[in-house]
Design a protein around this ligand. Structure first.
Ligand SMILES: C[S@@+](CC[C@H](N)C(=O)[O-])C[C@H]1O[C@@H](n2cnc3c(N)ncnc32)[C@H](O)[C@@H]1O
Length: 205
């Protein structure tokens, strides 16, 4: 049976070669707060749904990175990037909702632009919490509804159509998902007309 996860994986396998052209525009617009959010990371870092490695340039060089994703082709691009930057990254094909790591195996977790696509984002956030060591950082950057009402109106209007085309929920609210997963929220700032939530959380007990 073809599940939604198969469809997501196939879609990202198909677009992996061009993904960075699209994500680069977003990256430029939130570069400074992103650098600020990532700068305190250290030790063993898990990049959840890491895709083509958009986070690689932000994760400090002294960290040991493991990146997981459903799409092998996205992770292939991640590896090419890592080699270019002379960094070692362990990439594994894995479902973010069923992480195959023991409890508390990472010092920090990063996840960007994937809560919109994960079929069960709260389950994935609980998994991130489980594999993070006590006091470890959980850094999340995700898009949701704008704080500008006209923009929000169009996001809600287009949400169903966009979901069918891209498997991406335009109007999920990241901070509500983080609260539902019971993570401890340290900081949440909004960027780019309030569309991007930049969340610094820590493991809850
Ligand atoms: C929009 S991309 C974001 C990639 C990267 N984190 C970034 O910021 O550019 C979403 C990624 O989530 C991955 N993905 C979707 N569902 C997943 C799941 N259940 N487990 C692991 N990865 C998943 C997709 O394959 C894709 O690479």
């Amino acid at each position: 049976m073809i599940t939604i996860k198969h469809k997501i994986q196939e879609k990202y396998d198909r677009i992996a070669f061009a993904y960075d052209l699209f994500i680069g525009l977003i990256d430029i617009s939130i570069r400074t707060p992103r650098l600020e959010l990532f700068k305190g990371l250290h030790g063993r870092i898990l990049d959840v749904a890491g895709g083509t490695g958009a986070n690689l340039q932000y994760i400090p060089a002294h960290c040991q990175i493991t990146a997981i994703d459903l799409s092998e082709k996205m992770l292939d691009v991640y590896q090419v990037k890592a080699k270019k930057e002379e960094r070692t990254v362990k990439t594994l094909i894995m479902d973010a909702e069923e992480l195959r790591f023991p409890d508390e195996s990472f010092d920090g977790i990063v996840e960007t632009n994937a809560l919109c696509t994960l079929p069960n984002p709260v389950t994935a956030l609980k998994e991130m919490n489980r594999v993070c060591r006590p006091g470890g950082d959980i850094i999340l950057i995700d898009h949701g509804c704008s704080s500008i009402s006209q923009l929000r109106f169009w996001q809600n209007r287009l949400a169903n159509c966009w979901l069918r085309i891209s498997y991406c929920h335009l109007n999920r609210e990241p901070i509500e998902l983080v609260k539902a997963a019971d993570l401890t929220i340290r900081k949440n700032s909004r960027q780019l007309a309030g569309i991007f939530s930049m969340i610094h959380a820590t493991k809850s007990n």
